[in-house]
Design a protein around this ligand. Structure first.
Ligand SMILES: NC(=O)c1ccc[n+]([C@@H]2O[C@H](COP(=O)([O-])OP(=O)(O)OC[C@H]3O[C@@H](n4cnc5c(N)ncnc54)[C@H](O)[C@@H]3O)[C@@H](O)[C@H]2O)c1
Length: 266
């Protein structure tokens, strides 16, 4: 199926690594024109030049998206370079582990880290998206619906991402702009690997989590998230809006008491 993404213009926050990087690679391969907005200058530059050298159309826009001027610049640089904006992927995020014991100022900083740029980028992109009758795809986390116990700021911010997906689906609907959200749970990315490496026995921790994933007993791959993001962003999803789609091998919703011990038939 042709996703119809050729020459669409896409802005991806956090596109230099993990799920964002996989999405950049996929959309570039589909013929889209892609802006990577990321604070990781070396990874962002390297990815953009690798893909550009291979014939793709990719712009790297360096900036810390906790800053309003960086969010504005990511949108204006995209419009200047490509002349339009069809798709915004709000992917950047960090599970920073700010729990209930931390001072309220840390909580606010955590919300700022994970939610501010989602609003700011969408705010600055709104007119261009209306003009192109485009799409927004947000990236949330299963923590927004299950909790994690030690990460109040991240949980609240990702809950906010879920809520804004619905809010903006309503706000943008008269303009024929769609807003959807993918929800990863346990996805094999550099951020996730860093967390494993912070534990006393990374291999055992990985095996324990993998054993809880009903589909395949493995972590989700970043390219599996990317494929879902690309579909939701594409004209093939023309009548889908306001949806939260869990791409997690059944980890969040299936009955664990049954699925952990469940064996194949026969
Ligand atoms: N990996 C998982 O299992 C998992 C689970 C649930 C949710 N998520 C969400 O998926 C998204 C992508 O995560 P990932 O695992 O690919 O992470 P990652 O760390 O591999 O990549 C995230 C990218 O975002 C960039 N970034 C983060 N904050 C930024 C900021 N303020 N300004 C500019 N760039 C910024 C980083 O530099 C990095 O390149 C995040 O929103 C994360 O919360 C991931």
């Amino acid at each position: 199926m042709d996703l119809g993404l050729k020459e669409k213009v896409v802005l991806i926050s956090g596109g230099a690594s993990g799920i964002g990087e996989a999405t950049v690679r996929l959309l570039a391969a589909e013929g889209a024109r892609v802006t990577i907005a990321d604070r990781n200058s070396s990874a962002g530059r390297a990815l953009a030049s690798e893909l550009t050298n291979a014939g793709a159309h990719v712009l790297f826009c360096e900036g810390d998206l906790t800053r309003e001027d960086a969010c504005r610049a990511a949108v204006t640089d995209t419009l200047q370079k490509w002349g339009r904006l069809d798709i915004l992927v709000n992917n950047a995020g960090v599970n920073d582990g700010v729990g209930l014991e931390r001072p309220p100022a840390d909580f606010l900083a955590s919300i700022h880290l994970n939610l501010f740029h989602v609003f700011a980028l969408t705010h600055f992109a709104r007119e261009a998206l209306c003009q192109s009758q485009g799409a927004v795809v947000n990236v949330s986390s299963k923590v927004s619906v299950t909790g994690q116990g030690k990460t109040s700021g991240y949980a609240a911010a990702k809950g906010g991402v879920n809520a804004l997906t619905r809010e903006w689906a309503v706000a943008f609907a008269p303009h024929n702009v769609r807003v959807n959200c993918v929800v990863p749970a346990e996805c094999d990315t550099p951020q996730y690997e860093n967390w494993f490496q912070s534990l006393p026995d990374p291999a055992a921790a990985r095996a324990a989590i993998e054993s809880l994933v009903p589909l395949g007993r493995r972590l989700t791959r970043a390219d599996e998230l990317a494929a879902t993001i690309a579909f939701l962003a594409s004209p093939r999803a023309a009548h889908i809006t306001g949806q939260l789609l869990f791409v997690d091998g059944g980890y969040t919703h299936l009955d664990r008491a049954v699925s952990v011990s469940h064996q194949k038939w026969g």
